[in-house]
Write a protein that binds this ligand. Structure first.
Ligand code: FAD
Length: 438
């Protein structure tokens, strides 16, 4: 351990100068944590030895180098990256899409936020086939930024975690070990390490999703997809929603449901006409994966000198996972630099604020997704609803279009969206528009 003398064992004080901090996982949560921690320590003239550890190389192509997501980054996340004095450059952005298109059976609605600009799409690894010259994945970009500001990167798999006097010991393949004064778990929900922690941590409940990368030309994306992300309700039993997220020369097709397999996605491609019409003819899947997505909250994600952030703890329900990982990372960095590294300090200054941000809001998220899923999966009813939204929008009333944007794309808390969506006046007006028919 770097400097045991400065640690009295109770962890009641903030992270001391010169402490060693190990971070399991260099995905967004791990890198954002390192960036915030180093910035906060720098402000108060302190330092720490921060080691980001990951089994993956984010420049490799295929699932082995990728943290498996659709890669849509909204306006609020871009602003938070900029607030770290970083700019996402053209080498990372694979496309700037200008909105979302939400589909029913035969009708669709385009939703855009007037003030929010485009949505960036990125790859999380080196891309589906071969790494592209001059291009960088989003995770590599964040990791490079953390390393350039003083973090160390260790390309290793953590095999075991053990509590030792004054900190934690990590064991790597081959039996090598390293001790840290403070340990951060940023290992996501696709890792078996979560089962090897001894202090009562229980990972969040997850859904098993599917993703496929499908080659597409820029012309197809511009002309057929109109350079937008498309949300399509599933027609089979297993997939609730599908999303098409365009990159430069690929479409990421995501199927969300409790337990979805690639065969379910292939069935949707054949039977779901709204989806089939948005796919390039005869295109084959170049790469696919089955990542998990958290739909609950972890139990006991902290203990003295240790805390768990990102997906492995909590995130906004089915939306903005990268931004959520940023938020839990920032809250932890503030907690340990300003308050303490004891279980009590972490309960008060890390666990409670993170739950405050997401847990109750996610109850509203589940309700809203349930309502809109129910409506959009109902064939003719979905078309009647989307026609009503289009009619209102044509008359200059964007209320329903804005609600749809917020549910599927926006970054406002779900309780604020629910307040607008379920307001008596909004419902009455919608009922009126629906009853006037076509
Ligand atoms: C299908 C799908 C689509 C999504 N689309 C979006 C989207 O469009 N926009 C968005 O904002 N979010 C999206 N998300 C959510 C987003 O992917 C996550 O919220 C985000 O990746 C969480 O970041 P994290 O750092 O907590 O975990 P991860 O990104 O999973 O990173 C964890 C890291 O830990 C490493 N690791 C794990 N175990 C070990 C070990 N034992 N030793 C060493 N390293 C280890 C892994 O290699 C990995 O790099 C999507 C998720 C899914 C499943």
């Amino acid at each position: 351990m770097a400097n045991p003398a400065v640690l009295d064992g109770s962890g009641a004080d903030p992270l001391p100068d010169g402490a060693s901090v190990g971070v399991i996982g260099a995905g967004p949560a791990g890198s954002f944590f390192a960036l915030h921690l180093l910035a906060l320590l720098g402000e108060s003239g302190r330092t720490a030895r921060v080691t980001l550890i990951d089994r993956k190389t984010f420049s490799s192509s295929g699932p082995s180098g990728c943290n498996m997501c659709a890669g849509a980054i909204g306006h609020a996340m871009v602003k938070k990256i900029e607030s770290l004095s970083l700019a996402i450059d053209a080498s990372v952005i694979r496309r700037i899409v200008d909105g979302y298109e939400i589909h029913g059976m035969d009708v669709s609605v385009t939703v855009r936020h007037p003030d929010r600009g485009g949505i960036y799409t990125v790859f999380r690894g080196g891309g589906p086939m071969i790494p592209r010259g001059g291009a960088r994945s989003f995770d590599q970009y964040l990791l490079d930024a953390a390393v350039s500001r003083g973090a160390e990167f260790l390309h290793e798999r953590v095999d075991a975690v053990e509590r030792v006097s004054g900190g934690y010991r990590l064991t790597f393949p081959g039996g090598t070990r390293r001790d840290f004064d403070f340990l951060v778990g940023a290992f996501g929900v696709n890792s078996s390490i979560s089962r090897k922690l001894e202090f009562g941590y229980v990972p969040p409940a997850t859904w098993h999703t599917v993703q496929a990368e499908i080659p597409a030309t820029g012309k197809f994306i511009e002309e057929r997809l109109r350079n937008r992300i498309h949300i399509i309700p599933g027609r089979g039993k297993r997939i609730r929603f599908l999303a098409i997220t365009p990159k430069d020369d690929f479409l990421t097709l995501t199927g969300i449901g409790e337990h979805v397999k690639i065969a379910d996605l292939e069935k949707e491609r054949m039977k779901n006409m709204a989806l089939a019409s948005l796919m390039p003819e005869g295109a084959n899947v170049a790469c696919h994966c089955h990542p998990q997505v958290p739909v609950g909250v972890a139990l006991r994600p902290y203990s003295t000198r240790m805390a768990i952030i990102g997906d492995a703890f909590i995130s906004r329900y089915l939306k903005n996972g990268i931004e959520s990982s940023h938020d839990t990372a920032r809250i932890l960095a503030e907690a340990i630099t300003r308050h303490g590294i004891s279980e009590r300090a972490l309960a008060e200054h890390f666990h409670r604020p993170c739950l405050g941000l997401f847990r109750y809001d996610n109850v509203w998220g589940k309700l809203l997704f349930g309502i809109y899923e129910g409506m959009l999966r109902k064939g003719r009813l979905s078309d009647a609803y989307l026609e009503a939204v289009n009619r209102e929008a044509a008359g200059g009333d964007m209320a329903q279009a804005h609600i749809l944007w917020s549910v599927f794309a926006g970054d406002s808390p779900y309780r604020e969206i629910a307040r607008d969506a379920l307001a008596f006046r909004t419902l009455l007006k919608l009922a009126g528009t629906l009853s006037r028919g076509r």
